[in-house]
Design a protein around this ligand. Structure first.
Ligand code: ATP
Ligand code: MG
Length: 463
């Protein structure tokens, strides 16, 4: 028997469905902010990956899957998405489009790490890159978008940890200060950090080794080394976040694992969650103002984030309902209605509404059994007499009502009901305080009575 490669995992149909559904959800959220998908390869040149991540990063020193292909090219399985996206933007001159470019990506990443809960060798990330904007408002928007994702998933106990790495000048000064500080305790540092001290002392702050942690807590803070410009930028990011009510926690020890970050950086983790494993970050990102240029492109300031999908899935599992959801179950009673409903079902499916019919059901009981297994929201039933009248009986599971409609009105009916139509009682739909009346009373004076302000819906008067 063959077994899976260490650090990889299989997804059952149920798990694959959960993943697909969360990927769809993430894409939808970021598309509200104007992001579009870019697909990039898994194989990239080693030079690109090593250069962008930084030779002193953990990823490059220990984690990349590098190999020579049969043509003797040095290839790396991508360990993250930013470098491939930027490579593609430069190579395909996507930067000639209207800026900023707002792109998202999704896919497998590879890092040779010690597998544990929430840490794999082949794992998936969802990320966004906003390329060509230096506005601190964009940093804030990217963070807002990430926190919106948590909010929309019903996850409330997340913490946004925020810091700035400043510009090159700030970082040079800070690096110098760190070098002086850690040099004094060099002999007590971990072996990795002894090397980091020479190559990139900032990296020491990211160490998880207890020997380093003891000294990290009293190390100099970046805040004291920021150039006036960097300080001003960071203040703007913070005030925009305050303005948008995004809660964050300033963490002056925060650094990122990749070398290309500048100015704003952030990580989002959960408070007191064991599902993800020990203090693991679910989303991480920041600004990278020099990367595009250093990879041979124009001087485009950029900012982005990446979510680890395994870690994200592990925290939403309990909150979200990802069970199979067929929206419409067609139930024919007899052969003639069956032939008719099959055509109807095709029409409905082509409108993007998931529909099913149990072709093997021997009786009505079997049909109902299938519709509950499918979690159907609407049961569309037709027997010989309805067929003769061109009508349909609908059991609407959303508001628990029964409707009889004209066959030709089916699509309109479903679209109206699924768009969360008016719930003020005008159409007898489900009551919901969140949306406005759509019964045609569109004019401003007449708002739905279900609104908290207590406005009257015009349809109310008709009742
Ligand atoms: P960590 O500190 O946990 O190693 P990182 O700083 O290396 O994370 P990033 O490079 O910022 O991670 O990647 C962004 C996100 O991708 C992480 O916050 C995490 O959710 C996810 N991620 C990173 N490495 C792995 C992995 N090996 N397995 C699963 N998810 C991962
Ligand atoms: Mg890592």
């Amino acid at each position: 028997m063959y077994t899976k490669v260490k650090g990889t995992y299989d997804l059952s149909p149920e798990e694959a469905k959960k993943l697909a559904s969360i990927e769809r959800f993430l894409s939808q959220v970021v598309s509200l902010y104007g992001y579009e998908e870019l697909r990039v390869p898994i194989l990239e040149s080693s030079e690109l990956i090593h250069r962008s991540s930084g030779d002193s990063s953990d990823i490059v020193t220990k984690e990349t899957y590098d190999f020579k292909d049969r043509g003797n090219r040095l290839i790396t399985l991508r360990p993250e998405g930013t470098a491939p996206v930027i490579r593609s933007v430069i190579e395909n001159k996507l930067y000639t489009r209207h800026l900023p470019l707002k792109l998202f990506y999704l896919g497998d990443m590879f890092r040779y790490e010690r597998p544990q809960k929430g840490r794999f060798r082949e794992f998936r990330q969802f990320g966004v890159e906003c390329i060509g904007s230096s506005s601190p408002l964009m940093d804030a928007e990217v963070i807002l978008m990430a926190s919106t994702i948590f909010d929309a998933l019903g996850v409330s106990n997340y913490i946004v940890r925020l810091n700035t790495l400043g510009d090159s000048l700030s970082r040079d000064n800070y690096r110098q200060a760190l070098k002086e500080y850690f040099s004094k305790v060099k002999d007590n540092l971990s072996d990795d950090s002894k090397v980091r001290l020479e190559v990139n002392p900032l990296r020491i702050l990211d160490s998880k080794d207890p020997r380093d942690k003891e000294f990290i807590k009293d190390a100099p803070k970046i805040g004291d080394y920021l150039s006036p410009e960097s300080k001003e930028k960071f203040d703007s990011v913070k005030s925009y976040l305050d303005n948008m009510n995004v809660k964050y926690y300033l963490d002056e020890r925060l650094v990122r694992g990749l070398d290309y970050y500048t100015d704003t950086i952030f990580e989002i983790e959960l408070e007191g969650n064991d599902n993800v494993g020990q203090s693991q970050t679910i989303c991480a990102g920041g600004r990278y103002d020099n990367l595009v240029k250093s990879l041979g492109g124009p001087d485009l300031k950029s900012v982005g984030f990446a979510f680890g999908l395994e870690r994200l899935l592990s925290i939403v599992e309990d909150n979200a309902d990802y069970s199979k959801k067929v929206l419409v179950q067609f139930i024919p009673i007899g052969e003639k209605p069956k032939a008719n409903l099959i055509k109807k079902m095709q029409e409905v499916r082509l409108e993007g509404i998931t529909s099913e019919m149990d072709y093997d059901a021997a009786n009505l009981k079997n049909h109902f059994k299938s519709s509950s297994a499918n979690n159907a929201s609407f049961l569309v039933i037709q027997g010989d007499s309805e067929l003769e009248d061109n009508t349909l009986q609908i059991k609407n599971k959303i508001n628990d009502k029964e409707d009889y409609i004209d066959e030709d009105d089916l699509l309109d009916y479903l679209i109206r009901e699924l768009s969360g139509g008016c719930s003020c009682g005008c159409g007898g739909h489900d009551h919901n305080h969140d949306h406005k009346c759509e019964c045609g009373c569109g004019d401003d004076e007449h708002e739905c009575s279900c609104h908290e302000e207590g406005h009257k819906c015009c349809c109310e008067e008709e009742k």
